[in-house]
Design a protein around this ligand. Structure first.
Ligand SMILES: [Zn+2]
Length: 66
């Protein structure tokens, strides 16, 4: 699976860009990760986004059903 799509170029990319913007600050420590690296895992109709805070290592997970 490709994760090299640029933000905004696909529906996933747009959704991802939206969450990167709204969830830029770590819920655990408040660190703002401006280079927010979300990993996207798609399985069937479920899409899971994971973000690891570079400051405190907290993992933020978002899950969607398409
Ligand atoms: Zn953090």
């Amino acid at each position: 699976m490709s994760t090299t799509n640029r933000s905004g170029s696909t529906p996933f990319g747009r959704l991802r860009a939206h969450y990167e913007e709204s969830r830029a600050a770590c819920p655990a420590c408040g660190h703002e990760d401006t280079e927010g690296e979300w990993r996207v895992t798609a399985a069937g109709r479920r899409v899971e986004y994971r973000h690891r805070c570079p400051s405190c290592d907290a993992v933020d997970t978002l899950e969607f059903s398409l």
